[in-house]
Design a binder for this molecule. Structure first.
Ligand SMILES: Nc1ncnc2c1ncn2[C@@H]1O[C@H](COP(=O)(O)OP(=O)(O)OP(=O)(O)O)[C@@H](O)[C@H]1O
Ligand SMILES: [Mg+2]
Length: 343
């Protein structure tokens, strides 16, 4: 796999990274977990290669930090294809997309990150591109205006989205492969932490790896981020060795508790408690804690829901007794102050 020099609407992989580029798995063999997704992808890739064809279009969905971008790079690598990277919000005008599509060579993998954020008017050009390997462009203006069909080299579109539900039906239907990534169990995260520690060259006790994994909310990016901070603490206080004691010290410094809850999680739960335990709308909670609705829904809520601390009902979010016990509050809703938060 090679990466062409990015210009304009193309992006460098490093720019999509949050500094964990060196920790990114470089082959399917290094990619931990998501067994079914990986096995499926490898099967479709092997079959496509055997036939000498490009792979069908692939949609990867799932919360942030679970490995969508990583898988896109691995798909391109396994197909021996060039990877070209862009993202939905960057493709503002139809011309951007058309230029990008007509510039592709046979077999290229075009990765469109955050594909749900592509404007509808641009997206419509993708339909014919994906299905018929063609784009229709209008040339000239006024009475001379006419539509011309440009043919495209066979390519594979890999789309990534954190919000599959926001994808239009016509777009979604044009992906031959649709895979969902799910949060990782702690034992897989522990393996990721161990491998990352080896790559970073820092010592790590096995029980420390497990402790980090349990506080990573099911997300490899979080696990790697915690490890980097713990390595800092270890470098200063323990000759670079991440021991269980260093994990405790570091996570306390970061305000992360034994279930992986951060400050924002606690503020979210306390806000709900102040609203009589809910049900409360996401918007109301977002205002109360000063965070964006999207971030709460994608980054914080999944973990709180998995822990059984928050229920998502048709009437809104509700706090559970398990959350109250964890926060050291009395069981049962607090007096209803929700009026304070309603606009
Ligand atoms: N299965 C895995 N095995 C090992 N490391 C992983 C795995 N999945 C993700 N990672 C690590 O987590 C980091 C984040 O993964 P990645 O950037 O692919 O997530 P993403 O799903 O694209 O997130 P976003 O939605 O925020 O773009 C990677 O750089 C890599 O280091
Ligand atoms: Mg990504």
């Amino acid at each position: 796999m090679t990466e062409r020099v990015p210009t304009g609407i193309f992006q460098k992989l490093s720019r999509l990274d949050d500094g964990d580029g060196p920790l990114r798995p470089r082959s399917f063999g290094e990619f931990v977990g998501q067994r079914r997704v990986v096995d499926n992808l490898r099967t479709w890739i092997d079959a496509a290669r055997k036939r000498g064809r490009s792979l069908d279009h692939v949609l990867l969905s799932g919360p942030p930090g679970l490995g969508k971008t990583t898988l896109a790079t691995l798909v391109a690598q396994a197909m021996d294809a060039e990877l070209r990277i862009t993202s939905g919000p960057v493709l503002e005008r139809a011309g951007d997309l058309v230029g990008l599509l007509t510039g592709l060579s046979e077999g290229d993998v075009l990765f469109v990150d955050e594909i749900h954020r592509m404007p509808r008017t641009v997206e419509e050009y993708l339909y014919a591109a994906m299905e018929d390997l063609a784009v229709d462009v209008v040339i000239d203006q006024g009475p001379a205006a006419r539509s011309v069909r440009l043919s495209l080299a066979p390519f594979t579109l890999v789309g990534a989205t954190t919000r599959e539900g926001l994808l239009s039906q016509p777009l979604r239907a044009r992906f031959g492969v649709v895979e969902k990534l799910v949060p990782y169990p702690a034992d897989e995260l522990a393996l990721i932490v161990e491998r990352s520690a080896a790559r970073l060259g820092c010592g790590l006790a096995p029980t420390a790896a497990q402790a980090v994994a349990e506080r990573s909310r099911g997300v490899p990016r979080v696990a790697n981020r915690l490890l980097r901070r713990l390595r800092d603490v270890a470098d200063l206080h323990n000759d670079g060795h991440v021991s269980p004691a260093i994990v405790e010290q570091g996570l306390t410094m970061l305000g992360i508790d034994e279930l992986g809850l951060e400050d924002m999680d606690r503020r979210y739960l306390m806000a709900l408690q102040r609203m009589g335990g809910g049900p409360a709308g996401l918007r109301t909670i977002a205002v109360a804690v000063g965070e964006e609705e999207d971030t709460l829904e994608l980054v914080y809520e999944p973990h709180l829901i998995r822990l059984g601390f928050v229920l998502k009902t048709s009437r809104g979010r509700e706090l559970t007794d398990a959350a109250r016990v964890h926060l050291g509050l009395g069981v049962g809703p607090a007096p209803d102050n929700s009026g304070l938060f309603d606009g």
